[in-house]
Design a protein around this ligand. Structure first.
Ligand code: C2E
Ligand code: MG
Ligand code: MG
Ligand code: MG
Length: 284
């Protein structure tokens, strides 16, 4: 009967839901363990000056070195970390580690570069954020201008809170960028009221920049507008030389993407910095 089928269907869904929440609970427990056992790793992806090929900064990107599953990408655990609130501790670990690593690179005599850290929405609205950032910088001795905080457009929608928050952070001397720019709701009106330094054009626009006239126009417009507002622009997801050429032509400031380098561990960046630098300069 229909009733019977309905019942079965209900049973099926609830069983699926149980499996899902069971998976979540297991995953949450292992995320907690990962924090305790220091299973997270930071990889760094170079950000390159579009005119000279010099490395100007790196973006810190988290991975989970899982004892059984190997290297797990952030897409697989950041959403649950956000849901459970564990993201606050993870973001704090990332901030500490990135700042400490950058200080070590400088101590080793490498050219001074920025390190960019991604903030979750929870961390951005955390009342303690300014204190956490300033304390981390103080403890490390890193000059604040070598730290960059990445937020996304959607985090800025509560404009009344965003304006003073960005100003407080910026007053610490750190740099601030808007990540995945172009994918969210963006009001140009507010952009100029935000204490920010840089827009990061989302890779979805860069991907088809050569074949899609629309995307090319959007990217050109974003760059011109950003420059009018006194902001720098970095393009994400640059994989090909033609994309680089187009971005150069449009006077984009920096590029980041597989064309130059995948995200690499700190040790690799340290050991190969000079080699990478020469390689990038030769890629022009
Ligand atoms: P995102 O901040 O926009 O980072 C850029 C993503 O693009 C990274 O993926 C990077 O590896 C990838 N990418 C770089 N160059 C290329 C390219 O040429 N082609 C393509 N197809 N992809 C490229 P990843 O490392 O998997 O990170 C994904 C997202 O996870 C990040 O997007 C960011 O939103 C989040 N995330 C990563 N690390 C952290 C972290 O420490 N804290 C927080 N809260 N979120 C993080
Ligand atoms: Mg980012
Ligand atoms: Mg991005
Ligand atoms: Mg993203």
């Amino acid at each position: 009967s229909a009733k019977g089928r309905g019942k079965n269907r209900y049973a099926f869904y609830s069983e699926e839901m149980n499996t899902k929440s069971h998976e979540k609970i297991t995953m949450e427990a292992s995320l907690r363990k990962a924090l305790e056992h220091e299973e997270f790793r930071l990889y760094y992806q170079p950000q390159v000056d579009i005119k000279t090929g010099e490395i100007k900064g790196v973006e810190a990107l988290i991975r989970w070195q899982h004892p059984e599953r190997g290297l797990v990408s952030p897409a697989e655990f950041i959403p649950l970390a956000e849901e459970t609130g564990l993201i606050l501790q993870i973001d704090e670990w990332v901030l500490h580690t990135a700042v400490r690593d950058n200080k070590r690179w400088q101590a080793l005599g490498l050219p001074a570069i920025r390190v960019a850290v991604n903030l979750s929405p929870q961390q951005f609205s955390n009342e303690r954020l300014v204190e956490i950032v300033s304390k981390t910088l103080e403890e490390s001795g890193l000059d604040p201008k070598y730290l960059e905080l990445e937020i996304t457009e959607t985090m800025t929608m509560d404009v009344e809170h965003t304006i003073p928050k960005l100003k407080q952070l910026h007053d610490l001397g750190v740099q601030i960028s808007i990540d995945d720019f172009g994918t969210g709701y963006s009001s140009l009106n507010y952009l100029k009221k935000f204490s920010i330094d840089r827009l990061k054009i989302d890779q979805s626009f860069v991907r088809d920049i050569i074949s899609d006239r629309n995307d090319a126009d959007i990217v050109g417009t974003i760059i011109a507008m950003a420059h009018n507002l006194g902001l720098e622009v970095i393009a994400e997801g640059v994989e090909e030389k033609d994309q680089l050429r187009f971005l150069q032509y449009q006077k984009c400031n920096e590029v980041q993407g597989y064309y130059f380098c995948r995200p690499i561990p700190s040790s690799e960046l340290e050991q190969n910095f000079t080699k990478l630098r020469e390689e990038f300069i030769n890629k022009y």
